[in-house]
Design a protein around this ligand. Structure first.
Ligand code: SAH
Length: 396
């Protein structure tokens, strides 16, 4: 990805050994709805609507049409570098770019796996909060996993980010800057396989996207707006993943933007789910599944149920049966299940289910007519897989 020389590139083979922080296993993590830090990043071009961009350019003493030029540089050529904006007057180029594109995120470490087709980037934000994003290139598509918050307040005990607590929400531009960097790296041929576009975006990095609703919905609007007003992505290729914040799931349905919704369920019964996904004490399994079904009805988009298979925790045959029963009770063809073998996180006592147990779990769901696909654990060798993002600079 576009890097200053200060960001060291590390490949999987040189990867730092995961550090177990003493006390991780026992420290109780409280649910946290409000961020610890409230400082706001500077306003950036990507925070603005098309109208606001024009107003802001005029305010900076430029002609209104400059807004379109800047948008083209940013959203079509993926640059915020004044040197590359040769259609702007040389005298005001640098000042304009500085006002419109303050540097919000700085890559400080890049780790690669899979021959450079999986790239995890650690970003430092203006206030030194840290987040990570992971770019994954497959033969016929490219996917970026972005962070929507620094840390996370949802406290899921099997997730590395959940152990950090919530530092703060990211702004729209802080999220879009992660996306622009990916588009740019692909466009410039920096990822092996030749120049490409970003096809898929998943809000499965750090944070609970629906707890940062306003910023993520504005991000989605810009992702789907045609170039040069936005990045021209297809809504169906954008996945918003949630622990099940029911009111926000319903609000998302009302937006009328057919993004894919993923519900991180991890257990079909309230007793266990309240342990694995603490927000379940607020909105139960049934309420979360009802909201997912509602999303399908309003958007027509098939919903994904995420289910990390944790050995001897949630991987029992009867739980697969109960999950299928609850999903089928709400109709056919509206949902599919994505089990994923648990990715290990530092200090956790839990491991992935055995292969036969995983196979049995999948077979039972399919047997009940539920489309089921095992999710891949790409990036696990650089702690870049689902649930492993902890934004640590542990080897410097
Ligand atoms: N907060 C959102 C999005 C971030 S996590 C959510 O929970 O949905 C993205 C996905 O990774 C979620 O389905 C989450 O439950 C899952 N996940 C978290 N930790 C994991 C781990 N250790 N192994 C596998 N999946 C994990």
């Amino acid at each position: 990805m576009s890097l200053p020389s200060s960001a060291p590139r590390v490949s999987a083979s040189q990867d730092a050994v995961s550090q177990v922080r003493p006390g991780d296993e026992t420290r109780p993590i409280p649910l946290q709805m409000a961020p610890r830090r409230r400082g706001k990043p500077p306003r950036h071009f990507a925070d603005l609507s098309a109208d606001e961009r024009v107003a802001s350019v005029v305010e900076a003493g430029e002609k209104p049409f400059r807004a379109k030029q800047l948008a083209t540089h940013y959203f079509t050529h993926f640059t915020s570098d004044p040197e590359e904006m040769t259609d702007l007057p040389a005298a005001s180029r640098a000042a304009l770019a500085e006002t419109m594109f303050p540097q919000l995120i700085r890559p400080t470490k890049v780790m690669e796996a899979d021959g450079g087709t999986t790239v995890k980037t650690l970003w430092h934000l203006f206030d030194d909060a840290k987040v990570e994003s992971v770019l994954m290139r497959y033969p016929h598509r490219t996917t970026l996993c972005v962070s929507s918050q620094a840390g996370c307040g949802m406290a899921c005990p099997f997730c590395a980010t959940g152990q950090l607590g919530l530092t703060r929400n990211l702004s729209t531009a802080e999220i879009l800057e992660q996306v622009r960097a990916a588009f740019r790296a692909l466009d410039r041929g920096e990822i092996p396989g030749g120049p490409a576009r970003l096809n898929n975006l998943v809000f499965m990095g750090m944070g609970e996207p629906l707890a940062n609703y306003k910023a993520i919905i504005e991000t989605v609007r810009t992702l789907v707006a045609p170039q040069p007003d936005g990045l021209g992505m297809s809504a169906r290729n954008i996945t918003v993943s949630t622990v099940g914040l029911v009111p926000a799931m319903r609000k998302l349905a009302d937006e009328g933007i057919p993004v894919t919704l993923a519900l991180s369920l991890h257990a079909p019964d309230d007793d266990l789910r309240s342990e694995l996904v603490p927000i379940n004490t607020r909105w139960s399994v049934d309420e979360a599944i009802d909201a997912a079904r509602h999303y399908y009805e309003v958007s027509g988009r098939r919903v994904s149920i995420e289910y990390a298979l944790i050995k001897d925790m949630n991987d029992h045959g009867w739980r697969a049966d109960l999950l299928a029963k609850k999903l089928n009770a709400r109709g056919k063809g509206w949902v599919h299940v994505n089990p994923i073998p648990l990715n290990p996180t530092p200090g956790s006592i839990w491991t992935a289910s055995d292969r036969e147990v995983e196979d049995e779990f999948v077979a039972r769901l399919r047997g009940h007519g539920i489309p089921t696909t095992i999710r891949d654990t790409r990036g696990s060798d650089i702690d870049g897989a689902c649930g492993q993002l902890a934004a640590e600079e542990d080897d410097e």
